[in-house]
Design a protein around this ligand. Structure first.
Ligand code: FMN
Length: 158
């Protein structure tokens, strides 16, 4: 089975750590049973120019917001905008088949707000969320979610 594609951004390393553990978990699962897909993850740096995607992908995005309270007053996305611009570029958004968010629950209503916003803008489901570096249980659950979604949409033409 084709590898599951993930695009992500990580400013302080939490998302990178999570995606690395998810990739290692997928490799293990694939060794147990080849029907379990491996993961092909690509990090988008804050200064990276967009490239054209030609296969379906999932997006992993942490939350960095300034201003507003996330409910009725405006807020501004900071730090992660290169990922949003990457997805917006050309036809890339067509290939986005789901968004996984992360953040810190201390931010209350603003928890994972960027991922929720991306899901709306790019018309893709908000699949799941985890806090900071996530737990082993998060890795296992999210791998399960991605494999199910990938089986449904991963090989479909955009
Ligand atoms: C300046 C700043 C603003 C943040 N704003 C939010 C927020 O609005 N909502 C939220 O859930 N987490 C927020 N966080 C927490 C980060 O999303 C969280 O630490 C995440 O794991 C960082 O991912 P990274 O290490 O891959 O960059 C913020 C963190 C910083 C440093």
């Amino acid at each position: 089975m084709a590898k599951i594609n993930i695009l992500y951004i990580s400013l302080e390393g939490n998302t990178r750590s999570f995606v690395k553990r998810l990739t290692a978990f997928a490799k293990q699962q694939n060794m147990i049973n080849q029907a379990n897909p491996e993961i092909n993850a690509k990090e988008i740096g804050p200064q990276d120019a967009p490239a054209s995607e030609s296969e379906p992908f999932f997006v992993f995005v942490p939350t960095y917001l300034t201003g507003g309270n996330g409910i009725d007053s405006g807020y501004t996305e900071i730090m992660t905008t290169a990922l949003g611009e990457y997805i917006e570029d050309g036809n890339n958004a067509r290939y986005c088949i789901g968004v996984v968010g992360s953040g810190n629950k201390n931010f209350n209503e603003q928890y994972c707000l960027t991922a929720r916003k991306y899901a709306k803008i790019f018309d893709a489901p908000f699949l799941d969320n985890y806090e900071l570096r996530g737990t082993d249980a998060d890795v296992e659950r999210i791998y399960g979610t991605l494999t199910k979604e990938w089986a449904k949409n991963g090989s479909s033409e955009a």
